[in-house]
Design a protein. Structure first.
Length: 89
């Protein structure tokens, strides 16, 4: 795979995962009670512990997004903008 393809791949991964993160954050902010009822019923999580679980997951997702999407994309972006050094004999 060439650098341009990898750069495009990580750019799209970064954007799509950011959109998922924002969707999840909006769902937690706008429909928190609905999520609490749904997850409490499905997974038998007490209502008091649910915000900790939901925001803990969102924090973990954000860290994983930064490490596995944003960082490689920025590294490839920096590498593609640098001028190659002339080889000296």
């Amino acid at each position: 795979m060439d650098r341009r393809t990898l750069l495009s791949f990580f750019r799209w991964c970064t954007l799509l995962n950011f959109a998922l993160l924002m969707f999840y954050a909006l769902c937690c902010a706008m429909a928190g009670d609905l999520l609490a009822g749904l997850h409490g019923t499905l997974f038998q999580i007490p209502a008091a512990a649910l915000p900790l679980v939901l925001y803990g997951f969102m924090g973990l997702y954000k860290v994983l997004w930064l490490v596995f999407n944003v960082t490689p994309w920025l590294a490839l972006e920096i590498m593609s903008r640098r001028r190659p050094r002339a080889m000296s004999a």
